[in-house]
Design a protein around this ligand. Sequence first.
Ligand code: AMP
Ligand code: ZN
Length: 275
Amino acid sequence: MNYFEKKVKKTINLFNLINKKDKIAVAVSGGKDSLSTLFVLNKLGYNIQALFIDLGIKGNSDENLKRIKIFCKEKNIKLNVFDLKKETGLSLPTICKKISSKNNYTNCAICGIIKRYYLNKAAKELKVDKIATGHNLDDEFENIMLNIFSNNFEISLNLGPKSKEGLKKDFVQRIKPLYLCENYESEKYAKKNNLNIYPEICPLRVNAFRKQIRDFAKKIISIKKDAKLNLVINFNKKIIKFKKNHNDFKIKKCIKCNEPSRHELCKKCELFNLL
Ligand code: AMP
Ligand code: ZN
């Protein structure tokens, strides 16, 4: 426990993720990483609240929410729930079903766009300074690999322990306190602290390529133990330079929803236009 907490503190200091006065929304899915993030930031005394996006996945969103509610009540943490179906009239499974027949977006890509959009919108309404997510070292390694193999370098500019500063008015800054923590470490931490994690994986998940990347990572690490950390750290050093040089698109307002967007129409509205 001590080791994990020290590592998170070190990550926060090293990358200057949190100032003591920051108000933070921890994006919780109910999984081991985001619940450990909530637990550890609470224990370290930061000013936190929880934010859950209820995607309306039957037998999954409800099970996670049930556990998150109990946890937050026990710890006296304010829980904010954003209900996708109430807000838009549609649950994620319905959106995925409607869109996948017309386009080749994967379920996970659709889910990612929706979560990013509503996390940002909800965080602005809550007037928090930052959104903390549970992304860990393994996630970061996989995302770097996935982006490179998919020729998606531009998207990699969103990686790293924190998103760009300076866009705060439009995009609430995202931070990853578990950036240096491995999968098995947050798993152990969650177990040690008896965090009640719903064990089933998301039924909408399609991760054939990610699974192969994960297996690939395992192979590399069996040969060179620190390869994962080295890749993530070195990649971050490189993208810091790119982030600085990268000419920001001018942030506009989406013509449909008025939320910030790099294009006329934001990604979420582009998706919903397909429905
Ligand atoms: P994922 O996109 O499922 O890999 O999750 C990455 C991170 O996004 C998690 O560690 C959480 O911090 C956050 N997250 C995922 N799902 C939700 C959700 N339904 N509500 C709020 N935050 C979420
Ligand atoms: Zn929009």
